[in-house]
Design a binder for this molecule. Structure first.
Ligand code: PLZ
Length: 443
């Protein structure tokens, strides 16, 4: 690995060269495209991101759960370099190539369930979700789609409609797509009658709302993130997902697991659904699949996937050969280096430390997540009132100390941790020490 695995602060964060680039960005790039931490990157690898001023930051974000295998991971680089020198594009729909087929085979093998599967590849997570809904509608001949509170599924019109949070994702961008319905999420920390009742009551509420407001016979699909990402790393209680999947099967409704953020070893299993043995009809994947290159997939039951007429799915770039080469390099890395095991190791280091922080600082109301997808929810002491101001202050103090920390949550009060799965224990502990010191100073 060419990037030394240590945090180095040479200037203030952001430094002068980053500040210059940020001024150019503000003049040239649309305001709508935001920046969490305006340091301009020149290199990255392992658990470190290097900026133009020579600072080295500890990465607890992985570019939003993407570089699970690390940035510029050797197997990804080798396969991409080889592919990019051979050919860069033909369009799989015009003259196909093996890489696409090989990625489809891998997805069919690795996603939950041993049934016969098919895969279609796309460019982004949102595009995969859109296509999963298209497929479910054709396969069922129904149109309604049920999504959950706190859901995030993308920024295109249909996926924005499925996304729950208004600011910044939806504000002013309507009208939204029709036939999208929303139901309460099984959110243990905030369940009104307590977490012990959450699985059962949330499921009953879901069943009665879909029955009364939508009609099972009109419902093409139920879509859920098995651990919600942007919504705040909300982990549904044990039993909720299996019940949902069974109920969908009883009613001929396509059960779609959006594993775009939670998939590919992130939670300590290949997919978050594996934890409870849940087998979705369709799975959407992106992010961690290709080590940073844009690639996404829909994988599912052959009879559902193949319900679509020939030519009904596609796009110019979907399953681009360079992105497929990167995916094969990423998957090979995950298997060779046991990155599911690495995610569990990260949890075994991080979770106890986060729990200690929660004992020390009253502002931490909840510690949750799984594997290397962990979070703390910040509230006003003695209550469950969200504290987005403190959350923002902690995140930016972490940034100034050279730790890339991300926020999330419908109320903007969740700090989430998504380190690359190849991060070393020393950087992990150093990041947690920074967090500890920042909490002491800010809360
Ligand atoms: N489904 C579960 O997490 C992307 C969004 C960042 P795209 N999440 C990060 C932002 O602010 O735009 C995501 C996700 C889940 C779908 C998506 C959408 O994936 O590749 O960003 O389109």
């Amino acid at each position: 690995m060419s990037v030394s695995q240590q945090r180095i602060l040479k200037t203030a964060i952001p430094g002068p060269l980053s500040a210059e680039l940020q001024a150019r960005k503000l003049a040239a790039v649309a305001t709508g495209v935001g920046t969490t931490l305006p340091v301009y990157v020149t290199a990255a690898g392992g658990g470190i991101v290097v900026d133009v001023d020579g600072n080295q930051l500890i990465d607890f974000g992985s570019g939003i759960a993407v570089t699970s295998v690390g940035n510029a991971a050797p197997r990804v680089v080798a396969r991409v370099q080889e592919q990019v020198a051979d050919f860069t594009h033909t369009c799989f729909m015009v003259t196909p190539y093996e890489g696409y087929v090989a990625v489809a085979e891998k997805l069919n093998e690795l996603t939950p369930g041993t049934h016969e599967k098919r895969t279609a590849l796309f460019n982004s997570g949102a595009e995969a979700v859109e296509n999963a809904i298209k497929i479910a509608r054709v396969a069922t001949g129904r149109s309604a789609v049920v999504a959950f509170d706190h859901a995030y599924h993308g920024r295109t019109n249909l996926t924005m409609s499925l996304t729950a949070k208004n600011m910044p994702y939806k504000q002013g961008f309507g009208p939204f797509a029709g036939e999208v319905y929303r139901t309460p999420m099984a959110y243990p920390y905030r369940w009104p009658t307590g977490p012990e009742h959450c699985a059962e009551e949330a499921f009953e509420l879901f069943v009665s709302q879909v029955h009364a407001q939508v009609g099972e016979q009109n419902t093409a699909a139920v879509i859920i993130e098995p651990i919600q990402g942007e919504g705040g790393f909300i982990v549904p209680p044990e039993g909720f997902l299996p019940r949902l999947a069974d109920w969908c099967a009883q009613h001929g409704i396509v059960f779609i697991a959006d594993e775009i953020q939670s998939g590919f070893c992130r939670t300590g299993d290949w997919f978050a659904c594996d934890h409870e043995g849940v087998v979705p009809d369709l799975v959407t994947t992106a992010k961690g699949i290709a080590g940073g290159l844009p690639l996404a997939g829909v994988t599912g039951r052959a009879e559902i996937m193949d319900a679509v007429h020939a030519g009904g799915l596609g796009g110019t770039y979907g399953g681009n050969p360079v992105a497929c080469a990167a995916a094969l390099g990423s998957i090979e890395t995950m298997q060779a280096e046991d990155l599911c095991g690495a995610a569990r190791r990260i949890e075994s280091v991080m979770r106890p430390r986060l729990q200690l922080l929660a004992e020390k600082f009253e502002a931490i109301g909840d510690v949750r997540g799984r594997g290397a997808m962990l979070a703390v929810e910040l509230v006003q002491p003695g209550s469950k009132t969200p504290d987005p101001a403190l959350t923002a202050a902690v995140a930016s103090a972490c940034h100034r100390q050279g730790l890339i920390a991300l926020t999330a949550g419908t109320f903007g009060n969740v700090l989430r941790f998504l380190p690359p799965l190849v991060i070393g224990d020393e950087l992990l502990s150093e990041g947690l020490d920074i967090l500890d010191a920042v909490f002491a100073a800010e809360s």
